[in-house]
Design a protein around this ligand. Structure first.
Ligand SMILES: [Zn+2]
Length: 99
């Protein structure tokens, strides 16, 4: 039952040993080369934290090259498929109700 005198590194790292948002802030706001050693050591070996630091560092409008959004050609394929489906449904209705 240690009453929470948690400060410093324990506020910067979560249970998995990864940077919390406070840790990311601590590194982002530290002058280059003077980030807290605990954080710098973890950061050197953890891609996830490097990415969250980069994301925090980067202006919000700038896109990251990640596989999150579908490529434009896939959107085109989906649109064309939807259009073909619509046309075939309309054609079927026309065929059913027509003479
Ligand atoms: Zn990490």
């Amino acid at each position: 039952m240690g009453s929470g005198a948690a400060s410093g590194a324990s506020a910067w790292l979560d249970r998995a040993g990864c940077l919390t948002s406070a840790g990311v802030q601590a590194i982002a706001s530290a002058p280059a080369g003077q980030a807290p050693a605990v954080l710098a050591v973890h950061l050197a070996s953890c891609v996830r934290c490097q990415e969250s630091l980069l994301a925090a560092d980067r202006p919000a409008g700038e896109p990251r090259t990640r596989a999150e959004a579908p490529p434009p050609w896939r959107i085109g394929v989906v649109l064309v498929a939807a259009l073909l489906l619509l046309v075939s449904v309309l054609w079927t209705i026309h065929w059913l109700t027509g003479s």
